[in-house]
Write a protein that binds this ligand. Structure first.
Ligand code: 4NP
Length: 161
Protein backbone atom coordinates (compact mmCIF):
# COMPACT_ATOMS: atom_id res chain seq x y z
CA UNK A 1 0.00 0.00 0.00
CA UNK A 2 1.51 3.30 -1.13
CA UNK A 3 0.64 6.24 1.10
CA UNK A 4 0.45 9.75 -0.29
CA UNK A 5 0.06 12.96 1.74
CA UNK A 6 -0.91 16.26 0.12
CA UNK A 7 0.05 19.35 2.11
CA UNK A 8 -0.94 23.03 1.92
CA UNK A 9 -1.22 25.82 4.50
CA UNK A 10 -4.78 25.57 5.82
CA UNK A 11 -5.81 22.07 4.66
CA UNK A 12 -9.21 23.40 3.58
CA UNK A 13 -8.60 24.37 -0.08
CA UNK A 14 -5.73 22.96 -2.14
CA UNK A 15 -4.69 19.79 -0.33
CA UNK A 16 -8.18 18.34 0.28
CA UNK A 17 -8.97 19.03 -3.37
CA UNK A 18 -5.71 17.31 -4.39
CA UNK A 19 -6.62 14.33 -2.23
CA UNK A 20 -10.05 14.14 -3.90
CA UNK A 21 -8.57 14.40 -7.42
CA UNK A 22 -6.07 11.66 -6.58
CA UNK A 23 -8.78 9.41 -5.13
CA UNK A 24 -10.90 9.75 -8.26
CA UNK A 25 -7.96 8.88 -10.50
CA UNK A 26 -7.03 5.76 -8.56
CA UNK A 27 -10.69 4.69 -8.52
CA UNK A 28 -10.90 5.12 -12.31
CA UNK A 29 -7.67 3.13 -12.66
CA UNK A 30 -9.05 0.35 -10.43
CA UNK A 31 -6.15 0.84 -8.02
CA UNK A 32 -7.90 1.87 -4.82
CA UNK A 33 -6.54 -1.06 -2.86
CA UNK A 34 -2.96 -0.09 -3.69
CA UNK A 35 -3.06 3.48 -2.36
CA UNK A 36 -4.04 5.49 0.67
CA UNK A 37 -4.26 9.26 0.32
CA UNK A 38 -4.63 11.92 3.00
CA UNK A 39 -4.06 15.66 3.33
CA UNK A 40 -2.82 18.03 6.02
CA UNK A 41 -1.89 21.65 6.65
CA UNK A 42 1.34 23.16 7.88
CA UNK A 43 -0.73 25.57 10.01
CA UNK A 44 -3.16 24.89 12.84
CA UNK A 45 -5.68 27.45 11.51
CA UNK A 46 -8.46 25.07 10.52
CA UNK A 47 -8.04 21.92 12.57
CA UNK A 48 -11.25 19.91 12.67
CA UNK A 49 -12.99 22.01 10.03
CA UNK A 50 -14.67 20.85 6.85
CA UNK A 51 -13.08 22.00 3.58
CA UNK A 52 -13.86 25.54 2.42
CA UNK A 53 -17.32 25.73 0.80
CA UNK A 54 -15.70 26.82 -2.47
CA UNK A 55 -13.55 23.66 -2.37
CA UNK A 56 -16.72 21.62 -1.86
CA UNK A 57 -18.48 23.37 -4.79
CA UNK A 58 -15.50 22.78 -7.05
CA UNK A 59 -15.39 19.11 -6.03
CA UNK A 60 -19.11 18.73 -6.77
CA UNK A 61 -18.68 20.31 -10.19
CA UNK A 62 -16.02 17.74 -11.12
CA UNK A 63 -17.69 14.77 -9.46
CA UNK A 64 -15.07 14.39 -6.77
CA UNK A 65 -15.81 12.98 -3.35
CA UNK A 66 -14.44 15.05 -0.49
CA UNK A 67 -14.52 13.57 2.96
CA UNK A 68 -11.99 15.31 5.15
CA UNK A 69 -11.52 17.32 8.33
CA UNK A 70 -8.66 19.79 8.62
CA UNK A 71 -5.58 18.56 10.42
CA UNK A 72 -2.02 19.73 10.93
CA UNK A 73 1.04 17.85 9.71
CA UNK A 74 2.25 15.49 12.42
CA UNK A 75 5.63 13.98 13.22
CA UNK A 76 4.43 10.49 12.33
CA UNK A 77 3.45 11.64 8.82
CA UNK A 78 7.14 11.69 7.90
CA UNK A 79 7.40 8.09 9.00
CA UNK A 80 4.11 6.83 7.56
CA UNK A 81 3.77 8.42 4.12
CA UNK A 82 5.84 7.33 1.13
CA UNK A 83 5.14 10.54 -0.76
CA UNK A 84 4.66 13.96 0.81
CA UNK A 85 3.67 16.58 -1.74
CA UNK A 86 3.70 20.31 -0.97
CA UNK A 87 1.49 22.74 -2.86
CA UNK A 88 3.80 25.74 -2.75
CA UNK A 89 7.25 26.92 -1.90
CA UNK A 90 6.30 28.03 1.59
CA UNK A 91 4.75 24.66 2.48
CA UNK A 92 7.80 22.98 0.97
CA UNK A 93 10.23 24.95 3.13
CA UNK A 94 8.15 24.36 6.24
CA UNK A 95 8.05 20.61 5.59
CA UNK A 96 11.75 20.58 4.85
CA UNK A 97 12.45 22.10 8.27
CA UNK A 98 9.91 19.91 10.05
CA UNK A 99 11.39 16.68 8.69
CA UNK A 100 14.76 17.60 10.26
CA UNK A 101 13.19 18.67 13.53
CA UNK A 102 11.11 15.49 13.72
CA UNK A 103 14.07 13.24 13.02
CA UNK A 104 13.51 12.31 9.38
CA UNK A 105 16.23 14.33 7.62
CA UNK A 106 16.46 11.83 4.76
CA UNK A 107 12.78 12.18 3.81
CA UNK A 108 12.20 13.67 0.36
CA UNK A 109 9.56 16.36 0.05
CA UNK A 110 8.01 16.88 -3.38
CA UNK A 111 6.60 20.04 -4.92
CA UNK A 112 3.32 19.42 -6.75
CA UNK A 113 4.07 21.30 -9.94
CA UNK A 114 7.47 19.62 -10.32
CA UNK A 115 5.55 16.66 -11.76
CA UNK A 116 4.86 18.74 -14.87
CA UNK A 117 8.05 19.45 -16.79
CA UNK A 118 6.94 22.92 -17.92
CA UNK A 119 5.91 24.11 -14.45
CA UNK A 120 8.82 22.89 -12.33
CA UNK A 121 9.40 25.11 -9.29
CA UNK A 122 6.03 26.84 -9.57
CA UNK A 123 3.39 26.92 -6.85
CA UNK A 124 -0.22 25.84 -6.82
CA UNK A 125 -1.48 29.37 -6.03
CA UNK A 126 -3.26 29.92 -2.73
CA UNK A 127 -6.94 30.40 -3.68
CA UNK A 128 -8.11 31.47 -0.23
CA UNK A 129 -8.47 35.15 -1.06
CA UNK A 130 -9.51 34.48 -4.65
CA UNK A 131 -12.91 33.83 -6.20
CA UNK A 132 -14.47 30.84 -7.87
CA UNK A 133 -12.07 31.21 -10.81
CA UNK A 134 -9.12 30.67 -8.45
CA UNK A 135 -10.57 27.29 -7.51
CA UNK A 136 -11.19 26.50 -11.17
CA UNK A 137 -7.54 27.28 -11.85
CA UNK A 138 -6.17 25.11 -9.05
CA UNK A 139 -8.44 22.24 -10.06
CA UNK A 140 -6.88 22.17 -13.53
CA UNK A 141 -3.34 22.54 -12.17
CA UNK A 142 -3.93 19.67 -9.73
CA UNK A 143 -5.56 17.46 -12.33
CA UNK A 144 -2.55 17.71 -14.66
CA UNK A 145 0.14 17.37 -11.99
CA UNK A 146 -1.55 14.47 -10.22
CA UNK A 147 -2.06 12.63 -13.52
CA UNK A 148 1.71 12.79 -14.07
CA UNK A 149 2.49 11.93 -10.45
CA UNK A 150 0.26 8.85 -10.54
CA UNK A 151 1.74 7.65 -13.82
CA UNK A 152 5.23 8.08 -12.42
CA UNK A 153 4.40 6.12 -9.27
CA UNK A 154 2.80 3.33 -11.32
CA UNK A 155 6.01 3.00 -13.35
CA UNK A 156 8.37 3.36 -10.36
CA UNK A 157 6.59 0.70 -8.31
CA UNK A 158 5.56 -1.44 -11.29
CA UNK A 159 1.91 -1.40 -10.27
CA UNK A 160 -0.92 -3.10 -12.15
CA UNK A 161 -4.69 -2.63 -11.85
P1 4NP B 1 -5.12 26.19 1.65
O1 4NP B 1 -5.72 27.69 1.63
O2 4NP B 1 -3.74 26.31 2.24
O3 4NP B 1 -5.10 25.80 0.20
O4 4NP B 1 -6.06 25.36 2.48
C1 4NP B 1 -5.74 28.49 2.75
C2 4NP B 1 -6.69 28.31 3.72
C3 4NP B 1 -6.72 29.14 4.82
C4 4NP B 1 -5.80 30.16 4.94
C5 4NP B 1 -4.83 30.35 3.97
C6 4NP B 1 -4.80 29.51 2.87
N1 4NP B 1 -5.85 31.02 6.07
O5 4NP B 1 -5.05 31.99 6.12
O6 4NP B 1 -6.68 30.81 6.96
Amino acid sequence: MIKVLFVCLGNICRSPLAEAVFNKKIALAGMQSQFKADSAGTSDFHIGELPDERTISCAKKYNLTIKHRGRQVHRTDFRDFHYIIAMDDSNFRNLDQLKDRFGFPEKEIHLMRDFVEETKGLSVPDPYYGGEEAFEEIYHILDGAIENFLNRVIVTHQLYA
